[in-house]
Design a protein around this ligand. Sequence first.
Ligand SMILES: Cc1cc2nc3c(=O)[nH]c(=O)nc-3n(C[C@H](O)[C@H](O)[C@H](O)COP(=O)(O)OP(=O)(O)OC[C@H]3O[C@@H](n4cnc5c(N)ncnc54)[C@H](O)[C@@H]3O)c2cc1C
Length: 383
Amino acid sequence: MKGVSVIVLEEDPAIGDPVHCAGLISVKTIDLAQDLGVPDDAIESTILREIRGAVIHSPSGRTFSMRKDDVHAVVIDRARFDSVIAEAAERAGATYALSSKVTDIRRVEDGFDLQCSTRDGLRTDVKARRLVGADGFRSTVAAKLDLGVPRSILPALQTVVEDWQGEPDMVHVVLDPDIAEGFFAWVVPEKVGARIGLASTGGRLNERLDRVVSNLSELDLTSGKSTGYQGGGIPIGPADRTADEGVLTVGDAAGQVKPVSGGGIFPGLECANIAADQILRSLEDDDPLIVNDYEQAWRERWGKELNLGYHIRMGYTHLNSKKVEKLAEVLSREKLIPVFEECGDMDYPSKLIRPLFRKAPGLIGFAGPLLKGIFRSRFGIDK
Ligand SMILES: Cc1cc2nc3c(=O)[nH]c(=O)nc-3n(C[C@H](O)[C@H](O)[C@H](O)COP(=O)(O)OP(=O)(O)OC[C@H]3O[C@@H](n4cnc5c(N)ncnc54)[C@H](O)[C@@H]3O)c2cc1C
């Protein structure tokens, strides 16, 4: 940031490691990273695969595909993606302090005192005039300074299977409430093999993931040799309070994640950019209260989409396997596939709703809970 001294305190010893991410992002996210100052060759070096479409699996194992000629999504090496962003930030003047866990934060007259501990048990203190909590869904910043937290956290688990033989430019989405309760399972092709994962309520994620892997083996997954598990949590529903005098939260800490897909990289990056503007303005005017404007600024950009997504997902959690089967059957009808192909935008799933209902009014008949969620969102009934 122009003329401002920035320190990033990261508890892990390496940027981007461990990875808790399937690494599927829109091409728009790559463009955004470039606009934010990451060099083209650096960001492009993170791309492992170009994705043209998705295969949807119903609970009974029926499948249908939607595909575009152009590339709208890519699979990235997430650890490298985080590293090239950090390198760009360092070139712009930021300092990274790795192995530095923030353990306590106190508000003081002209900012914040942060207590950090290193891996060897050493303690350092850092003083900051402004503070950004980009510290994930278990945000210490939010907890210590009384900011809001995401409405819920959905447990997720993923494994990398080396011998995936599916099409390299298609992802798979498995809709089956008996396996992935309230969400879905996914297959995202890697350079070699694929990332197979799921998010689900109801516990026993290992067993659920094993079921996904063995069910999909009919789809060319031969021996299912896997490289261990990556766990994590997906924040669902934005936090109700993400800024206060001199401090704000961003990304997973603020629940800035698309509740329908679990994608947090694009909204997180956009909101980080908005956050940087507000912090800079507040420093230029020497007024920490200006940071509070971030609340409205990011919600103008993302609030409606995240709230609508939240209610759609809540509606989906009320569908049993039979209803999801029926929903998949309607969505797979020939006349709807072009709607997905034309209007589908992984960053704004809500863009699909109107055209889908226009083409298939019959959706209303059995998707009551989904509609209820949408109406609640439209009429501002938030919880
Ligand atoms: C299984 C899974 C798959 C996903 N797949 C996708 C996907 O395909 N596409 C997509 O867009 N999104 C995906 N997401 C969501 C995406 O990974 C997150 O939204 C994104 O990583 C959020 O970034 P963040 O920087 O806000 O938080 P995080 O990535 O959680 O980063 C927070 C950082 O803060 C550090 N930290 C935390 N507490 C402290 C502390 N006290 N002191 C110092 N450092 C601290 C952590 O070590 C971490 O490095 C997925 C999530 C999961 C769990």
